[in-house]
Design a protein around this ligand. Structure first.
Ligand SMILES: Cc1ncc(COP(=O)(O)O)c(C=O)c1O
Length: 395
């Protein structure tokens, strides 16, 4: 019940145990095409270039930024938590001139603040995190595509923590590049980074295409500034996933199966229903921790549906309590980073763990652990408050 990775859906584990096939086996290429189509549904996009980057979520971020950004390009990153800093770090390593605006942890930006910073910095890329797992905040994105495009920029978003559990609209919101991971609301393991690229982003990347010697043909004349990474060169990765099937890496087949099952399960449930499920269990957990007398961190009006941060009560040893949750009840809850390290616990209700029984059991266990640590808690206050949320939803 941490902020991810979370318990993997058993159906995804089962899919991962399927036999491997060669990389140009018709089953393999058909599965790759199917995965592209499924993730168009997940991202809500018509983008042809919707595929997987092999590696954890930050592999997707690196692939997006290193393929878009040339040394000296300006990028604007609104930072409201640890993962905004990660975008800055990766963009700097690409040699970009990185501009930031910062919001206090526990808050998000208004569209006006971002618009103003865009006018001042005029970047090639506006790079933003949707759900910053470190603070649990969810940045509103609906206006940012229009803002980015009005200022002549592409809009990149890291939706790792939020996709599948919070509303997300690639095309309707005008996002150019989006990357994610499986290990949060999609209910899978880490190790695959779904990505989608708008035609405008594809043009920018293909203008830097340098196909590897040994597989390039006469028509593959190098163009533009070569992308600084081979593995994350999306111009080549797109040719590997596209009809040309130009050899690049050896696709991580078990992760391909996992990614396919995650997307299939989400689309069978229906994205709106999955978001509603995350919202319901997130609200129950929020009410439950409040019912235990815990203080919630941050602007809850902008909280992701799928994770809550609570202040560790005075006199309670946060790490000892996490250990007791794990050792006595088999339940993992999260700590946090940077300025929040040791100050808050983060409790997730995402993917396979966005479930009634998981919420109630976690709250019951937390009550016992708080009580044992000497905190004054209302008996049954957590489970009772969560049950009221469920009863209201049923009524
Ligand atoms: C918002 C966000 N972005 C990026 C990452 C990095 O993901 P990974 O550890 O899969 O590389 C995480 C991980 O928790 C995250 O929450």
């Amino acid at each position: 019940m941490g902020p991810g990775p979370i318990t993997v859906d058993p159906r995804v584990l089962h899919a991962m145990s399927a036999q491997l096939v060669g990389q140009y086996d018709p089953f393999m290429t058909a599965t790759m095409n199917e995965v592209m189509a499924l993730y168009r549904g997940v991202f809500r996009t018509e983008n042809e270039q919707t595929l997987l980057v092999d590696g954890t979520s930050r592999a997707g971020i690196e692939a997006a930024l290193v393929s878009l950004l040339e040394p000296g390009d300006r990028v604007l990153v609104p930072v409201f938590g640890r993962f905004g800093h990660l975008l800055v770090e990766i963009a700097e390593r690409c040699g970009a001139a990185v501009h930031t605006i910062e919001a206090e942890w526990g808050t998000v930006f208004t569209a006006e603040q971002i618009d103003e910073a865009m006018a001042q910095t005029r970047p090639k890329v506006l790079a933003v995190v949707q759900g910053d797992t470190s603070t649990t905040m969810c940045q509103p994105l609906a206006d940012l595509g229009e803002i980015a495009h009005r200022h002549g920029a592409l809009l990149y978003c890291d939706a790792t923590a939020s996709l599948g559990g919070n509303p997300f609209e690639t095309d309707a919101w005008g996002l150019d590049v989006v990357t994610a991971g499986l290990q949060k609301c999609l209910g899978g393991p880490s190790g695959s980074a779904p990505i989608t690229l708008s035609p405008a982003a594809v043009d920018v990347i293909n203008a830097r295409k340098h196909v590897e010697a040994g597989i390039a043909t006469d028509s593959d004349r190098p163009r533009g500034a070569r992308i600084a990474s081979n593995y994350f060169d999306l111009a080549m990765v797109m040719d590997y996933w596209g009809p040309r099937r130009l050899n690049h890496h050896t696709e991580a087949t078990s992760m391909l199966y996992a990614a396919r099952e995650c997307a299939r399960l989400l689309l069978v449930e229906g994205i709106d229903d999955a978001v509603a499920r995350h919202r319901l269990h997130g609200e129950a957990m929020l009410a439950g921790v409040r019912g235990l007398g815990l203080e919630v961190f941050g602007d809850t009006a902008h909280k992701m549906t799928n994770v809550v941060a609570v202040h560790i009560p005075d006199g309670i040893d946060g790490e000892a309590a996490r250990t007791a949750m794990l050792e006595e009840f088999g339940i993992e809850i999260g700590t946090s980073f940077g300025p929040l390290a040791g100050r808050v616990w983060r409790i997730g209700t995402m993917g396979y763990n966005a479930r009634h029984d998981a919420v109630l059991t976690t709250l019951a266990a937390l009550e016992q652990v708080l009580r044992a640590g000497g905190a004054g808690v209302t008996a049954g206050g957590g489970v009772g408050a969560a049950r009221e949320v469920y009863e209201e939803a049923r009524a």
